[in-house]
Design a binder for this molecule. Sequence first.
Ligand code: FAD
Length: 381
Amino acid sequence: MQLRDSPEEAAFRDEVRAWLADNLPDDLRGRRGGAARFEAWGREWSRKLGEAGYAALTWPKEYGGGGAPYSHQAILLEELAKAQAPGHIGVIGLGMAGPTIIVHGTDEQKSRYLPKILSAEEIWCQGFSEPGAGSDLASVRTRAELRDGRYVVNGQKVWSSYAHLADWCILVTLSDPDAPRYKGLTYLLVDMHAPGVEVRPLTQITGEAEFNEIFFADVEVPVGNVIGEPGQGWQVAMTTLMHERAALGFALSGAFEVAVRKLLELAGGRELDDRLRDRIAETWIELQALKWTNYRALTRLMETGAPGPEASVPKLHWSEANQRLGKLALELLGPEAQVTDGDGYWQWLQLRSRGNTIEAGTSEILRNIVAERVLGLPKGR
Ligand SMILES: Cc1cc2nc3c(=O)[nH]c(=O)nc-3n(C[C@H](O)[C@H](O)[C@H](O)COP(=O)(O)OP(=O)(O)OC[C@H]3O[C@@H](n4cnc5c(N)ncnc54)[C@H](O)[C@@H]3O)c2cc1C
């Protein structure tokens, strides 16, 4: 593992910094980029990222990507986070749907869907979780029945981020209830504007509605929208989930670094007892550990070319560290925490971070993955 930028990586880092200095409007710096707030300026910012070639840096050139090594993607995410630039509105298309279509899609599907993901013209959401199936994705009950040469979808998904903005959904369905577990699922691309699709936003503890319920009532989906083969939905969904966690790593450590620096500013000039000083130091150490763990996952990704279970380690580490960070900041603020300062950064972080240990795999599930698939320990069950 090389811990310093090579000359070529350093040049790329300089290029990104210069581009951000020229193109990131001041009023977008530090704007929180959750799905709820995004719509108008998020599309415009995302289009700019796409035009600069930064939307899908590591996608193969033949699909409109930059064909760059994963180390460049890591540098880009670090620099975007340091500049406090908002994320790309098409995070699910770029990080999950697109890579899955590249691996399992037909040529026709690639040429239909990938260009509009890159240009941010079409927004995607992920319809995996259901009221009775979250961690246990194989238990999904949303039915896809093959009738007269097309699938008819009925059921409900939940916690679907961006669904209220989305044009397309990557949907895991039960197509064969009689098949053995893991063998009766089919992965579909569903048009969110099709008759029978209803989206109901869910308000989170932050007061924002970033995710949604999606109801499907006799929604017709052409057979050409199956990704992989019918019945292979489990394998295709695993590709999506591995990319989801791999895409997160450096964006998370970059955002965490920004938050840790804000914490240091907050602590400066305050009376601190030894216990608080220790906790601030621990937060700094957690940041360093997170960075090095990311580099380890990156090294593996560059060796194998496909994201593996190692990406679960930084996600697990970050989500728990981020919750501790928010709690510590509010303790430092003391009674001041009751009133929001400016944009209420710390209050928002404290509330939003509750979901960090649930989204993209709960901590319990990630610990199982790390134990079994990274450390090679015996299976829990
Ligand atoms: C902010 C946010 C955004 C999200 N966005 C999306 C999205 O866009 N699309 C989407 O499909 N989903 C999304 N989700 C849903 C998320 O993927 C699920 O909430 C998550 O997978 C957990 O599923 P569940 O809520 O059904 O909990 P459950 O699976 O019912 O788990 C309940 C508890 O049991 C524990 N548990 C379950 N199984 C085991 C086990 N085998 N061993 C040990 N403990 C276990 C869990 O860790 C958890 O503590 C989002 C969630 C959040 C919070």
